[in-house]
Write a new protein. Structure first.
Length: 68
């Protein structure tokens, strides 16, 4: 990676990024788990890193549902 000027990245880090990115795109967990070759609980506990923006979006959706 250093030789071509890219940040230090491993295949394992890319798996975490992929799981988080697919979650943010609305891809169902069971499909992402299948893609990564993991159980859904492993996916949720280890691979999906939910950002602050996503949490805020979900909380806003919940509030909107309560208002209806």
């Amino acid at each position: 990676m250093k030789e071509i000027g890219l940040p230090d990245m491993t295949f394992h880090k890319l798996r975490h990024y992929c799981a988080s990115w697919l979650y943010e795109q609305g891809i169902p967990d069971h499909i992402v788990a299948e893609i990564l070759g993991h159980d859904v609980m492993v996916l949720k506990q280890i691979y999906q890193h939910i950002g602050v923006d996503k949490k805020e979006q979900v909380f806003n959706q919940i509030r909107a549902l309560q208002e209806n």
